[in-house]
Structures are given as C-alpha cells and as structure tokens.
Design a protein around this ligand. Structure first.
Ligand SMILES: Cc1cc2nc3c(=O)[nH]c(=O)nc-3n(C[C@H](O)[C@H](O)[C@H](O)COP(=O)(O)OP(=O)(O)OC[C@H]3O[C@@H](n4cnc5c(N)ncnc54)[C@H](O)[C@@H]3O)c2cc1C
Length: 486
C-alpha cells in the first residue's frame, strides 16, 4: 500500500491537467491511466513511424487558450511547441440545394475582410442582407455580457439564433459548426455554452495543435507529476474506489491499494459513481440524477494514411442544408433516414505538423461522421459507409492512395475513455452533453456528495469545447481540491 496526497483516475486532458497542477502546488500525486498513453480521447499513438491522432485534433481557441496557460503555469513551455496554422488552411465543402458542390478556402480565424464576404456570398448564395444578418449574430455573440450569458443556460441555441433571421445556407453553416464543437442537437444545445465558445473561436481562432501530436501536452503533464515526486501508472486500470467511514480514501489496482486524502476521477461521472465507488455511497436522489444524465453523441470515422497529399486543407467540413443535426434529424438517422450528405469533418493532422509522417508528401487524415454514443449501436457502420461514399464522390483518386485505413466508432472511443455502465452510454465523443438542464447551475458539481471524491474533465467543473473544457475543468478542480485540503 502506498500513500499519496491525491490519486487521479485517468490521464485524459481533465485528469492530466489536475494532476500536474496539484503536483505543481507541492502535493504528492498518483496519476493512474488504464491505457498506455496520456491524452484520453486525444492521445497520439505511433504506428510504424506514423503518428496518429486517435480521435480529435483541433484546439479551440487556438490563441490565448487554457493549454497555453497550463504549460506556462507548469514552466514546461519549452517542451511543447504549439502550432497555429496560418493562411487558408480550411476548405469548406457545401452542397447547394440544387446539388452543386461549392468550395471555400478560408483561414481559421475570420477578419471580416471584403474577400471573405465575397466568398460567403458566392458559396452560400446570399446577398448583403443575408450577410448583415450574420454580422448581427456575431455582434451579439461578441457583446453579450457574462451575466446575460448566464440567463441563456435554459435557452436552446437554435431558438436563440432565430431572432437574426439568417438565410438557410448560413444557418446551416453555423449549426454545422455547433454540431462539430459540441456533438449535441442544436435545438437543445445551451445557448450560454454555444455563445461562450463561439466568442472564443472568433477572438482566438481555431486549429491549435502541438508538434508531435495533440496528446503531447497530456504526456508532458504525466512526466511532470513524476518529476515533482509523484507517480504515474500507465496501463493500470482502477478497479475500485476505496470508501471507509463515508469517505473516499484511495483506489484499488491489480497490484494493491493507493491511499490518498482525495480521489479525483476523470473516468466519467456515471462510471465513477455507479461502478468505481458504488451507488450505495451516495444519496438516492443523486444516484437517480446521475443515471438520467445525457451523454453527447459519438463520432464514427476512419483514419487514413495516404501516400499522396489528397486533401487540400488541414480542416474540411462537408455539409448541405440537410446535414446539421437537431433531435428530429438525429432520430431520423437512428431509424435509417439519413440526410443527402451526412455531416462530415475531416482533420488532416499532417497538414498541421508534417513531422507526423516519416515519408514526405504522405498524408495522415481523420474523417469523422456523427452517430450514437451507444457502443452497441450499428449506426457507426452506416455512418462510415455513407461518409466513404461522399469522400469517394469528392476525391475519387483517394482510394488509389491508401496505405492504411482504420475505422472506429463508439466502441473504440469507450475503450480509450470511459466504460459503458448504462445502456446507450460510454462512447460519447465529448462527455456530458452540454444541453439545457445540464450546464451552468444544472451541471453536476465537481465535488461529489461522497467526501474526498471529486470529478474532473468534460462532465464537471469546466466549460468550452472538448479538450478545452477538460483543461478548464482541470484548473478549476485543482483550485477546489487544494482549497479543501487546506
Ligand atoms: C472523434 C472525436 C473527435 C474529437 N475532436 C475534438 C477536437 O477536434 N477538439 C477537441 O477539443 N475535442 C475533440 N473531441 C472531444 C475531446 O476528445 C473530449 O471532449 C476530451 O478529450 C475529453 O476529455 P476528458 O478529460 O473529459 O476525458 P477523456 O479524454 O475521456 O479521458 C478519460 C481518461 O480516463 C481513463 N480511464 C477511464 N476509466 C479508467 C479506469 N477505471 N482506470 C484508469 N483510467 C481510466 C481513460 O483511459 C482516459 O484516459 C473529439 C472526440 C472524439 C471522440
């Protein structure tokens, strides 16, 4: 049995951040991770010399992010080189209602320059009035005060957007972006979360990456814990949270027990409460609430290694007016009624960092299509089939240049993140869905009702998009636990 100040379960971005920050504050920390690498859903692996992103690879905001704050606070900025791609590194593919593909090459941070406006008119078929409506929406996003944002916790984003009377094509573009950021239905996406992140995206741009892979910062955090006198246990599954006299006192792993004054779990609120600790240690109404929580949707897709630069940009969203997703459209897809173009987001990490490929000119890409978070659902296969058909239509030469192709879906995502402990859950792409009723004051508290047990990551403690939310949670939970231990 070993004693620590704090045990952190899981080295995803939430867990890695909180562990490193608490180590930085002088605590003796054990960080325990079931997979071989830190980074959780955004870990970067090596296959035959090619560095692969397992899933996501796009940091938002790009500039002035919580990731920058983290490496500065830890004093490890010399070990992490952020890349923020410049120039026209996004290539939007929009299919018009009459079936024409239009392409818009654009930078990842908009400036409102006249050429950008002309591009929007050409691609989305809108006039000055349509652009003015879009301008009004962004003006509202940029000028809403924090206290006004709070009042929008209970308002769906799609409903909030209706006041601007956007043309259908621009509405599709905004909704597509929101689906991609949050992986939830736009009708129930909380307007407060959506506007907060859209503002960060406008002011800070999109597309932060780090040399060597998106998982790099998490790996550095794990190293840092050890350098501060703590311990890092990769390939070590936490079997159980130890509870004694109504308090979390440590964890059990294969080789024994690790004891601590506080246990912080990045394993997801449902697996933590219902499986690792056990529901008998929590009030009945809390357990009921945890069971009712709704996960974000999942993403299915395929990772490619190509022997040629097929994709013409680092980020490529592909959509039509039918592609963006609300509850009704998603329910249709679950019944087999898919849109003409499923919503697709292609990331090309090797366009951010060419050193990911050992061969110059080879491309590493990840094509993502939205689907159910249920690891048992067969929706992932259909999403992949339909996604491939669109890719084949747009890049017919691609199939002649595949060195490697790896499909994935909710089951694989669950394997690299949280266990499935309730029907329909486990493969969520983000974590807890950032929908009305689950954000702001309705979001689960990072401090659970079981003394000594805390949550970190995308289920509690932070806000923002994907990994940025997880790191934000890591900062907030580190301050909370440090304060409680004092
Ligand atoms: C396909 C896809 C694309 C995405 N694209 C992006 C993107 O471009 N940008 C972005 O910011 N976000 C993206 N996301 C979302 C983002 O990856 C997640 O929101 C974020 O990584 C979640 O971080 P987390 O800390 O909450 O948890 P996780 O990343 O889920 O980490 C949890 C960790 O806990 C570990 N763990 C769980 N149970 C145990 C146990 N019993 N014992 C030990 N360890 C355990 C897991 O192995 C894992 O390492 C994407 C997600 C997917 C699936």
């Amino acid at each position: 049995m070993e004693e620590f100040d704090i045990v952190v379960i899981g080295a995803g971005y939430g867990g890695a951040t909180v562990a490193a920050l608490l180590a930085h504050k002088g605590k003796r920390v054990a960080l325990v991770e079931k997979t071989a690498l830190a980074g959780g859903k955004t870990q970067t692996i090596d296959r035959k010399g090619y560095k692969f992103e397992m899933f996501g690879a796009v940091g938002i905001p790009a500039h002035n992010s919580r990731f920058h704050e983290l490496v500065d606070e830890l004093g490890v900025a010399d070990r992490v080189e952020f890349i923020i791609p410049e120039g026209e590194v996004a290539s939007v593919r929009y299919k018009t209602p009459d079936g024409q593909w239009r392409t818009m090459h654009t930078a990842l941070q908009q400036t409102g320059a006249p050429e950008e406006m002309d591009n929007l008119k050409r691609v989305f078929g809108v006039d000055d009035e349509g652009l003015a409506a879009l301008g009004n929406l962004y003006m509202a996003v940029l000028t809403l005060k924090d206290e006004e944002l709070e009042t929008l916790d209970d308002v769906g984003m799609f409903e909030w957007m209706q006041q601007f009377d956007l043309p259908a094509s621009l509405e599709s573009q905004i909704c597509m972006n929101l689906n991609t950021l949050f992986v939830v239905p736009v009708n129930r996406l909380a307007a407060s979360e959506a506007i907060f992140t859209m503002k960060q995206q406008v002011l800070g741009g999109a597309g932060r990456y780090s040399v060597g892979g998106y998982g790099r910062v998490a790996e550095v955090c794990a190293e840092y814990v050890v350098e501060c006198g703590g311990a890092y246990y990769p390939k070590t599954r936490v079997k159980r949270i130890l509870v004694e006299d109504g308090r979390a006192v440590g964890i059990e792993i294969d080789t024994g027990e690790l004891r601590a004054k506080a246990v912080i779990s990045n394993a997801g609120i449902q697996p933590t409460v219902l499986k690792l600790a056990g529901q008998e240690h929590f009030p009945a109404e809390y357990v009921e609430r945890v069971k009712q929580l709704e996960p974000s949707w999942s993403i299915a897709g395929f990772r490619y290694v190509l022997d040629k630069e097929i994709f013409d940009a680092a980020l490529i969203p592909i959509f039509s007016d039918q592609s963006w997703l609300n509850d009704e459209r998603f329910a249709g897809m679950e019944k087999g009624e898919w849109p003409d173009i499923p919503l697709i987001a292609i990331d090309v990490p090797s366009a951010f960092d060419p050193s990911l490929s050992p061969e110059p000119g080879h491309q590493i890409a990840n094509c993502q299509v939205f689907c159910s978070a249920d690891p048992e659902s067969d929706m992932a296969e259909e999403a992949i089939r339909r996604g491939e058909a669109v890719i084949d239509e747009l890049w017919p030469d691609l199939k002649n240049h595949i060195i490697r192709q790896e499909p994935y879906g909710a089951k694989q995502i669950s394997g690299l993140s949280r266990d499935s402990v309730l029907p329909g859950c486990g493969g969520e792409a983000v974590g807890l869905a950032q929908v009305v009723g689950q954000v702001g004051k309705h979001k689960p508290d990072a401090r659970t009702p079981l003394p000594g047990l805390y949550l970190v990551g995308c289920d509690a403690g932070g806000r923002g998009a994907g990994t940025h939310q997880a790191v934000d949670s890591g900062f907030n939970v580190a301050a909370m636990v440090d304060g409680d231990l004092k």
